[in-house]
Design a protein around this ligand. Structure first.
Ligand code: MG
Ligand code: ZN
Length: 223
C-alpha cells in the first residue's frame, strides 16, 4: 500500500468562489470524473460510511478519496488501510470548511486521470461547508441518529444543498428518541427532491442502496 500524503491547503486567491466552483465542475465534466462533497457534523460516521461504501463499489468503479481535516491524518490512513484505494489527506490550516480552490489543489495532487469517482470528505461542520461551493459534482450529507431528528430544522441550508441525505446509525434507533418519519418530513419540507437513505455503516444495512445510487448517478453523468 502506498503511504498517504498530506497536503496543506491555502485559502484560494480567487475573489469569487462561486465562479471558481462552476469552472471546476465544467472541468470535471470534461474529464468524466465525478466528485462527491460529503458533509456532516463531527462523529456522524463519514469515514466509516465511506469505508463501507468504497468496499462495495471499488471493483466496479475507480475511486479516490480526499479526507479534509483541520489537522491529523488518521482518517486518510484508516481509509487507505481498510479499502486500498488512492487516498490523500488535506489539511485546511485551521479553516473549518473547503472552498473550490482548495478542492482543485487536492484534485491536482491526487491526480484524477485514472479515477471515475472521488469522495471529498469535507471538514466536520454543518454550517459553513454548506455555504462554500467546493465545485464538486454532487453534494451529499450524513445525519446520524444520536444527533436528533430536529437537525433539519436547526441547520436547514446543508439539507437544502444535499442531493442525498444518508441517515446513519439506524442500529442505534432503539436507544434514542429519534422519529424517522418526522425527520424525513422535515428534510422533504426543505428539499423535496432529496434522496434519503437510512443506513448503518456499522452493520452494513442500506450500504447497497447507497452504492446503487452512485452507480446510477455515474451512468447518467458519463452519458
Ligand atoms: Mg472522518
Ligand atoms: Zn468554515
Amino acid at each position: 500500500m502506498e503511504s498517504v500524503r498530506t497536503i496543506l491547503l491555502h485559502r484560494s486567491a480567487y475573489a469569487d468562489n462561486d465562479l471558481e466552483a462552476d469552472a471546476l465542475r465544467s472541468y470535471l465534466k470534461e474529464k468524466g470524473v465525478f466528485v462527491v462533497n460529503l458533509m456532516s457534523s463531527p462523529g456522524a460516521g463519514k469515514t466509516t460510511t465511506l469505508t463501507a461504501l468504497i468496499n462495495n463499489l471499488k471493483d466496479k468503479v475507480r475511486i479516490g478519496v480526499m479526507e479534509a481535516d483541520i489537522d491529523s491524518d488518521v482518517d486518510a490512513i484508516n481509509i487507505a488501510k481498510k479499502t486500498g484505494v488512492k487516498s490523500i489527506q488535506l489539511h485546511t490550516g485551521g479553516m473549518c470548511h473547503l472552498d473550490a480552490g482548495m478542492t482543485k489543489t487536492g484534485l491536482d495532487e491526487i491526480n484524477i486521470d485514472d479515477l471515475d469517482l472521488v469522495f471529498l470528505e469535507n471538514v466536520g461542520n454543518l454550517v459553513c461547508p454548506a455555504e462554500f461551493d467546493t465545485g464538486a459534482t454532487l453534494d451529499i450529507m450524513i445525519l446520524s441518529i444520536p444527533e436528533g431528528d430536529d437537525k433539519p430544522l436547526k441547520y436547514p441550508l446543508v439539507f437544502e444543498k444535499s442531493d442525498l441525505v444518508i441517515i446513519n446509525k439506524i442500529d442505534a434507533l432503539s436507544y434514542f428518541n429519534f422519529d424517522m418519519e418526522k425527520c424525513i418530513n422535515s428534510i422533504k419540507k426543505r428539499n423535496k427532491d432529496a434522496t434519503i437513505i437510512p443506513i448503518s455503516a456499522k452493520t452494513g444495512e442500506g450500504i447497497d442502496k447507497v452504492a446503487d445510487y452512485f452507480i446510477q448517478r455515474l451512468k447518467f453523468y458519463k452519458e
